[in-house]
Design a protein around this ligand. Structure first.
Ligand code: GLU
Length: 305
């Protein structure tokens, strides 16, 4: 155990109005950090210029204020940090660990069997072996993405909720994209760089990102950053067991704000995450006093109706 202050974060992508899944990640990351007297910051992950809109971002920040979740530091916008990611990319290029990939999504799907139930595919490394001439010819057709070469190596970490996680980078994950063909830096690179540069020591987020953690740990090692603690939360599912999607209107923040006060919503989130016996309304500060990581569990959390 280190005696460094815990610093957590909430890192939403403003591609739509905040929904219950975001509220859950925001509240749980906040209470986890605050339960040990830590800090909590907000980072806007708006790298995808097509999908992320400033009006969604404004609403998101207003929704967080409404919930009483205040960032302990200035809000950082990934869209303003290209130079920083560029610098990290150059470090990886200098180690000869990157290559241009011209494969389309369709090429990749055709060449590999889906690896996990979520449809994630392991890239077989086709473009790793292109000759200079092949690369030049393909470059006239489309703009390449940049992939990171991964070794045949197992990454192991202990998640605070899901326990030990192991992944062979080569066979379970494959060389992964760190800059997309459209020029935008990829989530894996940006998140690893930002969490490290912002001094984040505790990452609390949904289980959908559990499998990304191995890539992020590998990237952090290459860039010389320490590895933080990870706590992944069970997925939120609708009462009938379906995974909660953004299109579920009842989970949309405008709808939630009409029906609940901030304290009621926080109380509900604490309850669906098994922190309390019943959904008592409470402030975020009071919720932090009750937080118990041991109570979260690994089963999907059913939302209220
Ligand atoms: N920006 C990501 C999302 O909204 C979350 C990133 C993270 O928590 O690592 O899904």
């Amino acid at each position: 155990m280190s005696d460094k202050i815990v610093r957590g974060r909430f890192a939403p992508s403003p591609s739509g109005r905040m929904h219950l899944g975001n509220v859950y990640a925001a509240v749980m990351s906040y209470v986890a950090a605050k339960s040990v007297g830590g800090e909590w910051i907000v980072r806007i992950e708006d790298l995808d210029r097509q999908r992320c809109k400033s009006e969604f971002c404004d609403m998101l920040l207003e929704d967080l204020e409404w919930l009483g979740l205040h960032s302990d530091g200035e809000i950082v916008y990934q869209s303003q940090r290209d130079e920083i990611y560029e610098n990290a990319l150059r470090q990886l290029e200098a180690k000869n660990l990157t290559y241009s990939c011209f494969c389309t999504r369709a090429d990749i799907m055709a060449a590999s069997a889906p690896h996990e139930s979520d449809g994630a595919v392991v890239y077989g490394g086709k473009c790793r072996h292109l000759t200079m001439a092949e690369r030049a010819a393909l470059g006239t057709v489309r703009k390449p993405s940049t992939r990171l070469i991964v070794p045949d190596e197992i990454v192991v970490f202990r998640d605070m909720n899901y326990g030990e996680q192991r992944c062979n980078l080569l066979t379970d994950c494959g060389d992964f994209i760190i800059r997309r063909g459209d020029g935008n830096f990829a989530y894996q690179l940006a998140v690893s760089v930002d969490d490290a540069m912002q001094g984040i020591t505790q990452i609390v987020r949904g289980r959908d990102l559990l499998s990304s953690t191995h890539q992020q740990i590998y990237l952090r090692r290459l860039l010389g950053y320490e590895v933080p603690d990870f706590l992944h939360l069970p997925l939120l599912v609708a009462a009938d067991g379906r995974r909660l999607a953004k299109r579920d209107m009842t989970a949309d923040m405008s709808h939630l704000r009409e029906r609940f006060s901030p304290e009621e919503l926080i109380g509900k989130v604490m309850h669906i995450c098994h922190q309390t016996e019943c959904a008592e309304p409470m402030s975020a500060c009071d919720a932090a006093k009750l937080f118990d990581v041991g109570k979260i569990g690994v089963a999907d959390c059913k939302i209220f109706s």
